[in-house]
Ligand binder design. Structure first.
Ligand code: NAG
Ligand code: NAG
Ligand code: NAG
Ligand code: NAG
Ligand code: NAG
Ligand code: NAG
Ligand code: NAG
Length: 417
């Protein structure tokens, strides 16, 4: 693999950067006035006698290169923005930035070197079209956002175990992300990058929520828990292997993945929110949810699948909408589950190639209710209506306004799209 340019936060010093002049006068105060902006090397040199500077250092202007020498800690933020002539920057003594490191709108920057940086609260790298590689030695960071860069790979952050937010978006040349993160406390989002990004998070044990879009492969070898939601939206990946995953606290959404043919969720026992598998045009078999026993929201599966199996499913709390256009799909198993009271919520719809079942359920259904409280779609009291209606659409679904199934689908779609 070739890296044209490097954004190096490791112990690699950019040779082209001239070292700061250490004979400059030491300022009596190493604190930065708010709203002060550095725009020349001399401005930066005025801090070279400070091992710690307090305040927010903002660098901008027409410099071709710049260096912050001597400073080991910034008790505040470091922002370099709109320096559209700058090709290189270095701050190789800097160990800690208590707040945010921002590199923004540096259109020709190809080398940034933070050779000692281990600790930073937030990293924001946005609009760096000439930077194509990142390497870091960071051991502590809360949030990392990398957007609109020319990065081809992100293999850095190797010493980082835990983070709150890891957000990589709109890096159109991105081909791979290889991460050793173990825990993501808030959100892992990889979205709108190059269509062919291959990502691997093989040390990840749990994440609060995960959203992936536009990735061509994803590997999560140790993921056992997603505390909130997990979404695979509009990816080009052929398979999703999450066989180590045991629990999803919120919703699971697998939507509009055109190349998807294989799923493995063989250890998943519960989904706390909605369960949505929709618009994956090549997904014909959904039979790996062998341990799944409870779904806390709605169950929505639409597509061309012939095979849909939930052998352990006991309870779906938010209704169900199952629609297959495959003629050999059968609703029998789901109809049985519904008749046993396993599907609560306010509506149950199941359509296969030939028939459809549509049942309006009472909102208070419990697993003991059986079908005794179910009413038909037309609103008259009675049992489930099963109509033979070759795609006539007679069994129109969701007559009930505010149906929880639609509510859940809409909520998930809007959260993720
Ligand atoms: C960026 O800097 C240029 C001058 O170098 C200035 O004209 C422009 O307004 C600045 N843009 C922003 C967004 O600050
Ligand atoms: C997520 O779940 C893991 C494993 O159950 C737990 O250790 C962790 O504290 C949870 N994280 C959040 C943010 O709730
Ligand atoms: C991710 O989790 C946080 C906290 O639980 C939540 O506020 C946020 O909406 C979630 N994002 C998505 C896309 O689900
Ligand atoms: C999926 O991605 C393609 C290509 O990036 C885009 O044209 C399309 O609108 C996306 N679809 C959805 C549902 O986001
Ligand atoms: C599935 O779970 C069982 C027991 O919790 C475990 O022994 C097994 O290794 C898991 N399978 C995978 C592929 O992680
Ligand atoms: C599936 O695609 C159809 C048509 O493209 C769209 O109307 C529907 O909202 C999609 N479903 C989901 C869950 O995204
Ligand atoms: C349904 O038909 C498709 C081909 O049309 C076939 O590949 C699939 O195995 C069938 N599924 C079942 C459950 O018979």
């Amino acid at each position: 693999m070739q890296y044209k340019n490097r954004l190096t936060l490791a112990a690699v010093l950019a040779a082209s950067v001239s070292a700061a002049n250490s004979t400059q006068s030491v300022p009596s105060s190493c604190s930065i006035k708010s709203d002060a902006t550095a725009s020349s090397q001399a401005d930066l040199d005025s801090y070279s006698g400070c091992s710690t500077i307090v305040g927010d250092l903002v660098l901008t202007g027409d410099l071709a290169s710049a260096a912050l020498a001597g400073v080991e800690e910034i008790d505040g933020s470091l922002t370099i923005k709109n320096a559209t002539q700058m090709t290189s920057f270095s701050a190789d003594s800097l160990k800690k930035i208590s707040e945010t490191l921002t590199l923004n709108q540096l259109t020709v920057l190809d080398t940034a070197s933070f050779g000692s940086l281990e600790e930073v609260d937030t990293i924001s790298f946005v609009t760096l079209p000439a930077v194509s590689n990142i390497i870091t030695k960071l051991t502590s960071a809360k949030q990392i956002t990398i957007a609109d860069t020319a990065l081809e790979s992100i293999a850095g952050f190797e010493d980082l175990d835990e983070i709150e937010v890891f957000n990589v978006n709109n890096n159109k040349g991105l081909a791979s992300i290889d991460s050793k993160l173990k825990h993501v406390k808030t959100a892992l989002e990889i979205t709108f990058n190059g269509q062919s990004a291959e990502i691997s998070f093989d040390e990840l044990e749990w994440a609060n929520n995960i959203t992936l879009r536009d990735v061509s492969s994803a590997s999560f070898a140790k993921l056992s828990n997603v505390n909130a939601s997990l979404g695979f939206i509009n990816n080009s990946l052929p398979s999703i292997d999450l066989s180590t995953l045991e629990k999803i606290g919120g919703s699971l959404s697998i939507v509009s993945n055109e190349e998807l043919t294989e799923l493995d969720f063989s250890n998943l026992t519960s989904v706390g929110g909605g369960f949505v598998i929709a618009n994956n045009s090549k997904l014909a078999t959904i039979d790996t949810f062998s341990e799944l026993s409870t779904i806390g929201g709605a169950l929505v599966v639409t597509g061309k699948f012939g095979d849909l199996e939930f052998p352990s499913l006991k309870s779906v709390k938010g209704g169900a909408d199952i629609e297959s256009t495959a003629s050999n799909f059968s609703c029998d198993a789901l109809n049985k589950l519904q008749q046993k009271g396993g599907i609560q919520g306010d509506s149950f719809v199941c359509k296969d190639g030939q028939t459809s079942t549509s049942v309006k359920l009472t909102a208070t259904g419990t697993s003991d209710d059986d079908d005794s409280t179910a009413t038909s779609d037309s609103g008259s009291a009675g049992s489930s209506t099963t109509s033979s209606s070759k795609s006539s659409g007679a069994a129109a679904h969701f007559n009930a306004p505010g149906s929880s199934v639609m509510g859940a689908v809409a909520a998930i779609a809007y959260a993720l799209l």
